[in-house]
Design a protein around this ligand. Structure first.
Ligand code: SF4
Length: 69
């Protein structure tokens, strides 16, 4: 099974909610007004597509989707 890791530089999040809007299945706003991922390891094509959209949509480019080797 191919796995992907979802990372985010949480401290650098500006709280724009773009990731939450494009990928609500895996991104939520926390009590500090920053986004956080619900899951940091994903395995399905649907999850990959969704999180890739979040990665692309983040204006400060702090979301990274990377294949786990
Ligand atoms: S898109 Fe980026 S800056 Fe905006 S809420 Fe998500 S992680 Fe934070």
């Amino acid at each position: 099974m191919v796995k992907y890791n979802i990372s985010q530089k949480h401290a650098e999040c500006i709280g724009c909610q773009a990731c939450v809007n494009v990928c609500p299945d895996n991104w939520v706003m926390d009590s500090s007004g920053k986004a956080k991922p619900k899951k940091t390891v994903i395995t399905t094509a649907e999850e990959l597509k969704c999180n890739k959209e979040a990665e692309t949509s983040c204006p400060v480019q702090i979301i990274k989707v990377s294949k786990v080797k």
